[in-house]
Every structure is written in C-alpha cells, then in structure tokens.
Design a protein around this ligand. Structure first.
Ligand SMILES: Cc1cc2nc3c(=O)[nH]c(=O)nc-3n(C[C@H](O)[C@H](O)[C@H](O)COP(=O)(O)O)c2cc1C
Length: 304
C-alpha cells in the first residue's frame, strides 16, 4: 500500500488523488444569479444530500486550485442566496461540460451551452428545462473552510420545491432512479453512466438480524475460493442451519457426490465444496450453500 500524507504534497496532487478516489460523485448543475439578475450555470461534483428534515443539499464551488480565485457561483449565492440544483443526464454531458468553462463573470452559461432557462416558482434563478429533476433551494449558510487555493466553500441549501419530469416517475408517482440515466464524476476526465448493466439492487439489511460473518467457521471466512461478496451474503442470512439440518444434508446428492469423488481427501472435499458453494451463492441458493459448507466443515473436522 502507498501512503499519502496530505501535509507533504502540493494541493494539486492531493486533489488528483482524493478526487480520483472519492468516486463516483453526483453532479449538481447549479443555476444562480447575481444581484443584477445575470444568470449563471455551472456543474459541481462536490455535492450530495445530507438530510431530509430539513431537506439539506450541500455543494462546493471551491477556490481555484491554480489561481485561488473564487467561483462566480460562490459570489452569486452570497449576493442572492438562492440556487436551482439540476441533475445531469447522459444526454446533457457535452453541454454541461461546455458550461463548466470559466467564462468571465456575468456571462450567461445557459446561452453559451445551449440549455433552456425556465422560470422557477419560488426563487429567482432559472431551472434547466433539459434536466429531468430541478430542485429549487434557499441557501441557508455558506461555510468557507479556508482561504488558500483549493479550499472548499460549502453552500448549505434547503430544498423548497422539487420539479420532476413525468417520464422518470414510477407507477406510484415516485422518482424512479432506474429511469434517470444520470452521470457521475470520476477522477480526471472520466465519468460514469448510471444505467443498464451498471445498476444492481442490494436488499437493505434493516429490520433483520443477520448471523454475521463472525459466526462462520474459519475455513469459510478464510476461504481462497469464496469471495468477499459470497461471505457477505452468507453472513447476511437470518438464521444458521441447525445441527439436525446439517446432519440431514450429509445424505443429500450434492454432498454424496463430493465426498465419494474425493473420499479420504479432506482438503480436496473442502475445495470442491467451496467451489460448489460459490456457484450456489451466485444462483441465490445461499442457505443451501451454507448447509453444504457447514456439512463439509464438520466432515473435514472429523476426518482430520
Ligand atoms: C462535472 C464537473 C464537476 C465539477 N465540480 C466542481 C466542484 O465540485 N467544485 C468546483 O469548485 N468546481 C467544479 N467544477 C469546475 C467548475 O464547474 C468550473 O470551475 C466552473 O467554471 C465554475 O463556474 P463559475 O465560476 O461560473 O461558478 C466541475 C466541473 C465539471 C465539468
């Protein structure tokens, strides 16, 4: 492992490492105005949602790492503490990238990038018509974390109104994350597209009482065949097979096949059982996989 001590490297190198590692980041396409009413539109990936009561979004138009200048968006939210945060879909990336150009203050990036401004209902900055979710926010607080190049300016926003395009809603009228096709920012020039095969579901363990990885025998926890995800799924089971269930499994076809093929070779039986368990877990037969693993562990213990 390489170790990086932030106090020993220039901010630009730290920036590359940290922003290359903390990925993918969602993108706030922030629409603001200055006190003269000049519109501004810029993307910020130092962004996330932090609470819903009150509903809190935070993004950071930071001081430039090169010039230490502050961004127009930061100056605007100080002058007019309002912002529309628009999400960025894959179909918007090229224009969004163009809008991130550091145009002189007062230049309207809606026009430069070709996005369509739509009036908001509760605040003065415009919404981006092409974005499927547009969030009108009041800026509650701006926290400057420092005055050196690359210092963050945390813009803490409270959500006033959320506009969602009908075509990204599910049957119950809720925003369907699978329909959004949003992009996330990676390190350097890379992005990630959150759609298709990149999406996968993981059931939440909340409300359950999983047995935990620590309850598994050492040969399972330390297996060189089972993956971390396999072990995580075994540990997520809500119950462990009982002794009679394991006993009964000794007579199963799966078990007999392995034990008879490699009769007397406990190490080989264990290896084959782990391979089969890996396949079973991939096929969602988690409990059965644990039965097999525990039965084989018992056999190995008695034979060795
Ligand atoms: C996808 C993307 C994400 C960005 N994220 C940030 C960010 O989180 N903070 C930041 O200060 N600049 C970020 N930038 C750069 C700003 O968008 C850029 O400096 C922009 O010109 C600022 O505009 P403004 O001066 O009009 O506010 C990002 C650029 C892109 C393309």
């Amino acid at each position: 492992m390489s170790t990086i001590d932030p106090s020993n490297i220039p901010p630009q190198i730290l920036h590359r490492n940290l922003l290359g590692a903390i990925v993918p980041r969602p993108i706030a396409f922030a629409s603001t105005i200055d006190s003269f009413g000049h519109a501004n539109l810029s993307p910020f990936s130092c962004f996330n949602v932090f609470g819903v009561n009150p509903s809190t979004l935070i993004f950071s138009p930071s001081r430039s790492g090169q010039t230490n200048e502050v961004k127009d968006t930061y100056l605007n939210v100080i002058e007019v503490p309002e912002v529309v945060i628009n999400v960025v879909t894959y179909s918007m990336v090229e224009q969004m990238n163009l809008a991130s150009t550091e145009f002189p203050r007062g230049i309207n990036e809606f026009y430069k990038s070709g996005f369509t401004p739509v009036p908001s209902e509760k605040i003065k900055p415009f919404r981006v018509k092409e974005s499927p979710v547009q969030i009108e926010c009041k800026v509650q607080q701006v926290i400057e974390t420092g005055d050196g190049a690359g210092a963050a300016n945390l813009v803490i926003c409270e959500v006033l109104l959320i506009h969602a395009n009908d075509n990204i809603l599910d049957k119950t009228g809720m925003i369907d994350t699978r329909k959004l096709d949003l992009v996330g920012r990676m390190g350097g020039d890379y992005y990630v597209r959150a759609s298709g095969r990149a999406l996968f579901a993981l059931e939440k363990p909340s409300g359950k009482s999983p047995i935990g990885v620590d309850s598994l025998p050492e040969n399972i926890r330390m297996s060189t065949i089972l993956t971390g995800n396999d072990i995580g799924r075994l540990g997520s089971l809500n119950s462990r097979p009982t002794a009679p269930e394991i006993e009964k499994y000794f007579t199963s076809a799966d078990f007999r096949k392995i034990s008879s093929t490699h009769s007397g070779n406990a190490g080989k039986i264990l290896e084959e059982a782990h391979k089969l368990a890996h396949t079973m877990i991939a096929g969602n037969e988690i409990f059965k996989a644990l039965l097999l693993l525990l039965a084989v562990s018992n056999l190995a213990n008695t034979e060795m």
